[in-house]
Design a binder for this molecule. Sequence first.
Ligand SMILES: Nc1ncnc2c1ncn2[C@@H]1O[C@H](COP(=O)(O)OP(=O)(O)OP(=O)(O)O)[C@@H](O)[C@H]1O
Ligand SMILES: Nc1ncnc2c1ncn2[C@@H]1O[C@H](COP(=O)(O)OP(=O)(O)OP(=O)(O)O)[C@@H](O)[C@H]1O
Ligand SMILES: [Mg+2]
Ligand SMILES: [Mg+2]
Lengths: 219, 219
Amino acid sequence: VIEIENVTKIYQMGETTVAALRGVSLQVEKGEMVSIMGPSGSGKSTLMNIIGCLDQPTEGVYRLDNVDVSKMNDDELADIRNKKIGFVFQSFNLLPRTAALAQVELPMIYAGAPDRRKRALDALQQVGLGDRVHHRPNELSGGQQQRVAIARALVNHPAIMLADEPTGNLDSVSGEDIMNIFKRLNREQGMTVILVTHDPDVAAHAARVIHVKDGKVTV
Amino acid sequence: VIEIENVTKIYQMGETTVAALRGVSLQVEKGEMVSIMGPSGSGKSTLMNIIGCLDQPTEGVYRLDNVDVSKMNDDELADIRNKKIGFVFQSFNLLPRTAALAQVELPMIYAGAPDRRKRALDALQQVGLGDRVHHRPNELSGGQQQRVAIARALVNHPAIMLADEPTGNLDSVSGEDIMNIFKRLNREQGMTVILVTHDPDVAAHAARVIHVKDGKVTV
Ligand SMILES: Nc1ncnc2c1ncn2[C@@H]1O[C@H](COP(=O)(O)OP(=O)(O)OP(=O)(O)O)[C@@H](O)[C@H]1O
Ligand SMILES: Nc1ncnc2c1ncn2[C@@H]1O[C@H](COP(=O)(O)OP(=O)(O)OP(=O)(O)O)[C@@H](O)[C@H]1O
Ligand SMILES: [Mg+2]
Ligand SMILES: [Mg+2]
């Protein structure tokens, strides 16, 4: 369902060039659960942003469900980002003045979904934040903010979950709970899952691990 | 050097009360290296903010080098935060539009230190960011931002290092490098180190581990 072909991402900074991705190719089948691991700065988040249709490659092709993403118009892209893909960002990207409940309801407003409040409460309950629904981000711990971001990514039942280091701020028990949610959705609903992680125990939950180093996929 | 006596921290949110710390006592000797571990939301960052003089307890006493912190005036507090304590925040707290080099020079400007540029370059080199010194935070990976925060905390040679999950966004090799920097400064310069971490491998570098659960220290 995800085909990345020889993708390159170059940042131009004045006279310097930073090559974040240098010819990456990978394929992920529908319903697969894969992990991406690699050193800090090796290109993992850059790759995730391209897969999530939040960024365009400098060269190469990205096909999502057999459609070349660079040929899509803005409406099609917005639709994909809102309904097809759930994204847990490495730095959470929560709205600073918005309570947890509203943060998780937001994707459903865009998708025009019914039962928003109930579904948002369910999602927050599932990630252990049932008693924190009215807290804003600065009234939440780091791991609680991370879990709001996870609940928000899950709430539209996306076909593809992209999670960039989703357990980095969590103790091992909370981390396990999150991984069990992802695995259950993968098993029961066929949700395709791509997880970036620095934790080998987390990576072990996936069927295979893709290693990234210096902007390249190493076998 | 650090004496926390029966400290409580209560947040009032309209009609609800959240007790983030519920009678915590602990002591850290000069030159010690200790870890703090505990579930997400258990009160670790709240405790660190009090130790770092960034927040006041609701009840209880905090003595730093035998002086009651609540009796200090603003100048004394500013001085402590700038020169005596280095703080690595869980969410980095970098200035969004400032390049890495300037971020690391900033504490030295406040401290009136000489050789700022050279020392900032050295610190960034030590954390593996010698080739990223002109990048702003949105041009850096998550782990690179974390390392800028670490370099910034070290650069004034503080007597006390408070690091709140300093390796959460780092692969194991980069994480080891950071731990080795902390251990070397602890050993060679007697820097007192308090590390919050979810990673038992990281906690193992410390002489002892303090466990926090539901706002209390458990033995
Ligand atoms: N300003 C606030 N108002 C209300 N509650 C708050 C506020 N700040 C923190 N809390 C609550 O206090 C508790 C402790 O938060 P703290 O950030 O210390 O946890 P933590 O142990 O650092 O967690 P993590 O491992 O997830 O970073 C949390 O349950 C949090 O929801
Ligand atoms: N806007 C930008 N301009 C210039 N360089 C950038 C930009 N964004 C990212 N980079 C560089 O691209 C490289 C890859 O970044 P990326 O965020 O993908 O790394 P990562 O593998 O996710 O790292 P981490 O594990 O630390 O999160 C890094 O070396 C980074 O400095
Ligand atoms: Mg990243
Ligand atoms: Mg915390």
